[in-house]
Every structure is written in structure tokens, then in C-alpha cells.
Design a protein around this ligand. Structure first.
Ligand code: GLU
Ligand code: ZN
Length: 301
């Protein structure tokens, strides 16, 4: 078993992170497996080396020890570029120049009273730029100065084709979930990919990649067998399973855990400085007491 904790060094670690790291760590230890750390710093504007140093410090204080040199996403741009080239060359991506505002406007245009669907990355993209995708031969090189979206309809067809060809494996697009929220085999459907997810961005212009693409490429590169993370990412998991299939990567087992909340029942946000691990440490909490509190109740003390 290989598990991982994959924080973004864009602010202090809070209790929600401690909870996530602890579950991943303890799960690996219980099986004699490995626990890995990955620094998710594709957002170069917001990621800071100070936050990375601080989060390692906080993990050490919590007694959470990782077993190999941490992987850092900013070192992995070549791997993401190769995956994007692969998808691009198979006509699975198209360039998008829409701003958030363009999308909001396209969605608010009268649509016979249809409310826009909220997908894992916000409102499901209305497909504005799909019609402008390059066509025909020769296929141009992958552009790097625009967002690249997956053409979900084409991706579904590509997947179905691959599943048909792959005689030994009729697993299809589903995944095994061991978390408390949706335990069991989670099946996906073509309809739900089109309706609830749509053409999500796989390369953001400013990052040259995206959370979805990087997480899939890196979980495979680190040999992660069990992905432990917050339940807020459950809805994004079908995107990851689809990308694994398209890129020929294994699908790990997923364990989405419940989220730590504040006294008012609101989930902790990263910018919630008051509840940083460091603030509990400064207030005299021991790591044991803090982790014991989290095991007992998912409410921040
Ligand atoms: N880097 C993500 C976060 O900070 C976690 C991604 C994941 O575990 O898949 O929320
Ligand atoms: Zn667009």
C-alpha cells in the first residue's frame, strides 16, 4: 500500500490537513506500506517556499513522517507536457479563450429556464470554443498560450473504444471507494460525464497544467495505490478515472474522508489562519491531544 498527502503550499496547514495527512499516514503504517508527500505547487503565484517549509514543520510536529523525498509538482512540467501532448495528438483537447465572465454570460443567456449545472470546477462549460477547435490535417502543435479543455464527448467515445479493445479488463469507468461517504464500487455514466462535468480545463494558460491532470500523472508516478483526501474531491474523481483510462495509467483505490468543520458546521478553509496547526501548537496543545480530538469529533476545538 502506498498513500500520500498532497498539500498546496499556499497557506498554513489547518486541522483539515492534519486529519487528511493522519488518515493517509496511519492507513499506510497499518499495512506496512509507505506514506509519501507531494507538494502541489502548480500555482506559482500563490505557492511559497516558506509555506512548504512550514507545512513540513507542522507535519513533523504532528509525528507524520514521509518515506521518500517529496515530489514537487513544479519539477514535473515535462511529465505534464507529455501527457497533454498525448491527449492533444488524439484530438481530445481543444483551445479555449473564454474568461470566467464570458462563461457566466454564455450561461446566463436565456436557456428556457434551465439552471446551469454546477460541476466539480464550477459551472459546466457551455462549449463556446469547441466549434473553433482546429480541424483536419496537419494537426497543429499543442498551443501553450490558451486554456486547453477536454472534449468530453470525444473522450467518452475514445474510452468506450479502449474498453472494448481491452478484452482482459471489463472494469470500465468505475472506481473502488473505501471512504465513509460512498463506500463500494462507484460506477460512472457517460451521461453524467457530459451533464455534470463537461469540458473541464486540463491545462490552464497560466499554469501550463491543471490540478486534474497533474494529480493523475503524479499519483501514477509515485505508485500511489490508495488516494486519501477530503470528501470535497469525490465529485472530481470521475475526471481522474477517465484520465487514467485515456493515459493508460492504473486507477488507485479512493478513500474520501469527512471534513473537519468549525463550531458553526462550516468546513475549514485554508485562509482560516486562526485555526492553523501552528496556532494550536502556540496555544500549548500537544500533537497527541490534537489528533485525539480529531479522531473523536471532526469539529475544530
Ligand atoms: N492539493 C490538493 C489540496 O490541497 C489535494 C489534492 C488531492 O489530494 O488530490 O486540496
Ligand atoms: Zn472558451
Amino acid at each position: 500500500m502506498i498513500t500520500r498527502f498532497a498539500p498546496s503550499p499556499t497557506g498554513p496547514l489547518h486541522l483539515g490537513h492534519a486529519w487528511s495527512a493522519m488518515i493517509a499516514h496511519d492507513m499506510a503504517r497499518a499495512e506496512g506500506g509507505s506514506f509519501l508527500l507531494r507538494i502541489e505547487d502548480i500555482d506559482r503565484q500563490r505557492a511559497r517556499p516558506e509555506w512548504e517549509a512550514q507545512l513540513k514543520d507542522d507535519l513533523n510536529w504532528l509525528g507524520i513522517v514521509w518515506d521518500a523525498e517529496p515530489m514537487r509538482q513544479s519539477d514535473r512540467m515535462d511529465a505534464y507536457g507529455a501527457a497533454l501532448d498525448d491527449l492533444w495528438s488524439r484530438f481530445l483537447l481543444y483551445p479555449c479563450t473564454c474568461s470566467r465572465r464570458d462563461i457566466a454570460e454564455a450561461l446566463s443567456a436565456p436557456q428556457e429556464g434551465v439552471e446551469p449545472t454546477l460541476g466539480p470546477d464550477g459551472p459546466v462549460y457551455p462549449g463556446t470554443c469547441r466549434a473553433d477547435a482546429p480541424t483536419g490535417y496537419p494537426w497543429p502543435p499543442r498551443p501553450e498560450d490558451v486554456h486547453l479543455r477536454i472534449d468530453m464527448n470525444v473522450a467518452q467515445m475514445a474510452c468506450e473504444h479502449m474498453i472494448l479493445q481491452d478484452q482482459a479488463d471489463h472494469w470500465g469507468l468505475s472506481f473502488l471507494e473505501t471512504g465513509p461517504l460512498h463506500p463500494g464500487t462507484v460506477a460512472t455514466s457517460r451521461d453524467s460525464y457530459l451533464r455534470d462535468i463537461g469540458d473541464v480545463v486540463l491545462a490552464r494558460r497560466e499554469f501550463g497544467t491543471s490540478y486534474h491532470l497533474s494529480v493523475v500523472v503524479d499519483d501514477a508516478a509515485q505508485g500511489v495505490t490508495h488516494v486519501v483526501r477530503g470528501g470535497d474531491l469525490f465529485e472530481a474523481t470521475p475526471i481522474h478515472v477517465l484520465l487514467q483510462r485515456l493515459l493508460g495509467l492504473p486507477t488507485p483505490v479512493y478513500h474520501h474522508h469527512d471534513l473537519v468543520r468549525d463550531g458553526a458546521g462550516k468546513r475549514l478553509a485554508k485562509r482560516d489562519d486562526a485555526r492553523s496547526i501552528a496556532s494550536y501548537r502556540d496555544a500549548g496543545w500537544s500533537a497527541e491531544a490534537l489528533l485525539a480530538h480529531l479522531r473523536e469529533s471532526r469539529v475544530a476545538p
